[in-house]
Design a protein around this ligand. Structure first.
Ligand code: AP5
Length: 220
């Protein structure tokens, strides 16, 4: 069995999955696979995938499983994922989780952990409403909790900071409902397989990082 980190970050929109995945990627030398980032890039580039996905994303709905599963299967084969991977935003349905099991089996691998990041709804709405993302390098900011030095300008690359279209209030509500009905059942799916590690997602970014590292302690 291959060594390395092979984990899923599970949690509602705004739980801090992307923020923590970027850190874990550096800390463990693993690749980050964010299906949301891949889809947003496809939408921006107006590829066939992007054209098909944009309607779902703008309504806060999930993109159909078959589109997502193939995309992840291909991404996992890339060289930067050989030392390990962090799945950020995938799987999001039970069929996606079953497909992931199959994909990994064919690659001779299994997951070695699923981190469920728990954050109450009030905190989620606050985080999503203040989120800004760099159009250039994808860096994440928050207007109150992690503001850029200059208004709307990325500290790292000078790119423009924008608000995601699906961070409008009505879409946030739709995304939270989708999470509860379609994604939350994965908590039991992974608990039954003894893979689940729960992490309190309220606190500073550093606090949560430390909790995640502790929760992953015996994984690597
Ligand atoms: P996706 O991009 O995956 O969105 P999401 O799961 O809703 O998660 P977010 O990116 O909104 O939040 P996050 O948990 O990463 O939080 P972040 O770190 O940014 O998916 C978007 C859409 O694509 C979906 O709705 C769907 O349509 C489609 N899609 C994607 N994957 C799919 C799949 N597998 N199947 C089908 N459809 C799919 O943090 C949020 C904010 O909080 C930031 O501003 C950050 O700076 C701040 N913050 C983070 N941590 C803290 C902290 N500890 N304290 C204070 N502020 C913090």
């Amino acid at each position: 069995m291959a060594a390395g980190l092979r984990v899923v970050l599970l949690g509602p929109p705004g739980a801090g999955k992307g923020t923590q995945a970027k850190f874990l990627q550096e800390h463990y030398g693993a690749c980050q696979i964010s299906t949301g980032d891949i889809l947003r890039k496809a939408v921006a580039e107006q590829t066939p995938l992007g054209k098909e996905a944009s309607g779902y994303i703008n309504q806060g709905a999930l993109v159909p499983d078959d589109l997502i599963v193939n995309l992840v299967a291909e991404r996992l084969k890339e060289n930067d994922c050989a030392p390990g991977f962090i799945l950020d935003g995938f799987p999001r349905t039970i069929p996606q989780a079953q497909s992931l099991d199959e994909i990994l089996k064919k690659m001779g691998m299994v997951l070695n952990g699923v981190l469920a990041v728990q954050v109450p709804q009030k905190v989620i709405v606050e985080r999503l409403a203040g989120r800004r993302t760099c159009k250039g390098c994808g860096a994440l900011y928050h207007l109150a909790f992690d503001p850029p030095k200059a208004v709307a300008v990325c500290d790292r690359c000078g790119g423009e900071l924008v608000q995601r279209d699906d961070d409008r209030e009505e879409t946030i509500v739709a995304r939270l409902k989708v999470y509860d009905t379609q994604t939350a059942p994965l908590v039991d799916y992974y608990r039954e397989r003894n893979l689940l590690r729960s992490v309190d997602g309220v606190g500073t970014v550093d606090d949560i990082r430390n909790r995640i590292i502790q929760a992953l302690g015996d994984v690597k």
